[in-house]
Design a protein around this ligand. Structure first.
Ligand code: ADP
Ligand code: MG
Length: 633
């Protein structure tokens, strides 16, 4: 080792969560132990990418050593395996921050996924890798010597740990920039002291790394005399996305996904394209299988996973500039031939070329999702259950692609299986009834509440399908979707419901029924007074006694409640009540001579409707009292 010690050793404890991870890792089964090499090579490649980027503004960083690469070597006698990169390196603070704490994404996600069941958690290590700490699966001690490219030789750092509870830090002198990691292998891990084995692992996991990974050629007994060691490159060493599709296998794409997206799941699908024209770029976009842990709504602004390269130089993670928010689950790389190397986020925001790339990538992504929907229904179902709610934002936000996105939507339906979201608008339209020109849907707090809504009874009775929407975003999204494929979309809980086109409506009979219902409607209106905005005889109800309706352009009550709960200032307004004049309870109001009793029943009709709609009653105690009094009579 060229590093020389110039300071006293400082011993530090790992952050508690790091200890937890280390324990798990070191006590784990050995079925996935070889992934440590993939993790180390991946880190080295990231460090080389970072250096190349910083060197755009500061070329002196690479001066004298422009051959960016990774070297692997081993020493059978000392039982050590060494990985060296001449990348960006780390300062002392960065070592403490990056290797001693858990702020990093990969490990954080791993911790979140832990179940507490040792056997399952052990398997997670295989899936997640948990980065640098994987080294302790095969090593009983690890030494990392690193010097940041912009710091002097004397500011290098040596970090050593046995992977238990603490690590040691020294300041050392190291002439070469970058990072050298030396693993002292556990007694039973001799297989990693073998050139053939290492070479095959690099081929399996790291072939796609864009920098050369080099190793000494295996010496045979007969050339033991040769003084010079022949070094060779053992990976493909070119940017994977720049290679022709025909050369790449599924496992190449998968390995690259895991590296580029820092992901530990398998990609669900990908699309790899080269665009030539007034500007040229290559894109390789992936749909993940699992939702990244940070994809929640709060993650809309700090999106990650789409890397921007310019002529093979990694520039930055630029997901928020290259894709709309509703496609924030997409992972991959874009490599532009035309953008200037010194782009900043500000430039990206305004650049016309970027806007073109963005719309191109949006199209590609929608193409990819569409092809899943048509050709791989099972994969599409996985996609939909993990990302459907995010994609729905696009209906509101991407006017230009609204129809395409709407085509991808899947809903639960009165004709589908309970609460499985598999019905598309096209499915619905294909089985519409003769004369039906409208797609009917209902939104509620949950699928079950939607399915049990009294407002859909009349349609169900006429065998007309109703889409059932129970996701938070549905009511907001549907506010932007009034038409699809020439058909109107209509919330059945809102406004007047016109069933005349659906046949079996006897207009004269209806008029007569309306007239007959008039006295009881008026009576209930009087009894309820200011509690309601209006009372009407319903065309929606066949079984239930009553339901709440809102005007066609009003917000659904459950959305109002949600916004209120979120602290928004939503004015209270009395609901409109529809009643089923045929229902026994309604008829009792009509015929009840006792005014107080009639009022109690009328209030119950209102409260029932509110409960069915998912609202909490203003005065539940009074409701129970009234109910009990009626039952006891
Ligand atoms: P991740 O790669 O997911 O961030 P790792 O555990 O693999 O997690 O690495 C932790 C961090 O340590 C990296 O993010 C990086 O900042 C730093 N690091 C690891 N290896 C190197 C290296 N060879 N050169 C520079 N920094 C490194
Ligand atoms: Mg890593």
């Amino acid at each position: 080792m060229t590093a020389t010690d110039t300071s006293a050793t400082e011993t530090r404890r790992f952050e508690a969560e790091v200890e937890q991870v280390l324990k798990l890792v070191t006590h784990s089964l050995y079925s996935h132990k070889e992934i440590f090499l993939r993790e180390l090579v991946s880190n080295a490649s990231d460090a080389l990418d970072k250096l190349r980027f910083e060197a755009i503004a500061k070329p002196e960083l690479t001066a004298g050593d422009t051959d960016l690469h990774v070297e692997i070597s081993f020493d059978k006698t000392a039982r050590t395996l060494t990985l060296r990169d001449n990348g960006i390196g780390m300062s002392r603070d960065e070592v403490i921050e990056n290797i001693g704490t858990i702020a990093r994404s990969g490990t954080r996600r791993f911790l979140d996924a832990l179940t507490g069941d040792a056997r399952k958690d052990t398997q997670l290590i295989g899936q997640f890798g948990v980065g640098f700490y994987s080294t302790f699966v095969v090593a009983d001690s690890v030494t990392l010597v690193t010097r940041r490219a912009d710091l002097p030789a004397e500011a290098a750092v040596r970090w050593t740990s046995a992977g238990t509870s603490d690590y040691a830090l020294d300041t050392v002198t190291e002439a070469r920039r970058g990072t050298t990691i030396t693993l002292h292998l556990k007694p039973e891990e001799d297989e990693f002291l073998d050139a053939w084995k290492l070479r095959s692992l690099v081929g399996k996991y790291s072939d796609h790394i864009a920098f050369p990974i080099r190793m000494a050629k295996e010496k045979h007994d007969d050339d033991a005399e040769t003084a010079d060691v022949e070094i060779e490159t053992i990976n493909h060493a070119s940017a994977l996305w720049a290679r022709p599709k025909s050369e790449l296998s599924d496992s190449d794409y998968t390995a690259f996904y895991k590296h580029a997206a820092h992901a530990y799941d398998e990609p669900l699908a990908w699309t790899h394209n080269r665009v030539e024209g007034n500007q040229s770029y290559t894109s390789l976009l992936y749909l993940p299988t699992q939702a990244p842990y940070d994809m929640a709504f709060s993650g809309r602004d700090e999106r990650k996973g789409l890397k921007l390269y310019i002529r093979r130089v990694f520039i930055m993670d630029a997901s928020e500039h290259l894709l709309p928010a509703y496609l924030r689950f997409v992972r991959g790389v874009i490599d532009s031939d035309d953008l200037p190397l010194n782009v900043s986020r500000e430039i990206l925001q305004e650049n016309k070329l970027v806007a073109q790339i963005r719309s191109g990538l949006t199209k590609r992504t929608l193409d990819l999702i569409e092809s899943l929907a048509t050709d791989h229904p099972e994969k599409f179902a996985t996609f939909w259950s993990n990302f459907g709610a995010v994609l729905k934002e696009g209906v509101a936000e991407d006017h230009g692609n609204r129809e395409r996105i709407a085509k991808l939507l899947r809903f639960a339906s009165t004709k589908g299986e309970a609460s499985t979201t598999t019905v598309s608008l096209d499915d619905y339209i294909a089985r519409m009834k003769d004369g039906q020109d409208t797609v009917y849907y209902i939104t509620a707090d949950t699928f079950a509440a939607a399915a049990g809504s009294p407002q859909i009874e009349a349609l169900k009775a006429r065998d007309v399908e109703v889409l059932l929407m129970g996701e938070r975003i549905d009511e907001w999204m549907m506010g932007y979707l009034h038409e699809y494929a020439g058909k109107k979309l209509r919330n059945v809980a809102k406004g007047e419901l016109d069933l005349s086109k659906l046949g079996a409506v006897d207009e004269a009979g209806e008029k007569e029924a309306d007239a007959a219902a008039k006295p009881v409607v008026e009576r209930i209106k009087t009894l309820l007074g200011a509690k309601v905005k209006d009372v009407r005889a319903s065309k929606r109800l066949t079984e239930s006694a009553s339901c709440i309706v809102v005007d066609e352009y009003d917000m659904a009550p459950h959305l109002k409640r949600m916004l209120k709960a979120a602290g928004q200032d939503i004015p209270d307004s009395a609901p409109a009540l529809e009643i089923n004049a045929q229902h026994a309870l309604v008829q009792r109001v009509a015929n009840e001579a006792d005014e107080d009793l009639a009022r109690d029943i009328a209030v119950l009709l209102l409260e029932q409707a509110q409960l069915l709609e998912g609202a909490a009653l203003d005065d539940p105690a009074a409701f129970v009292k009234r109910m009990n009094a009626l039952i006891a009579r």
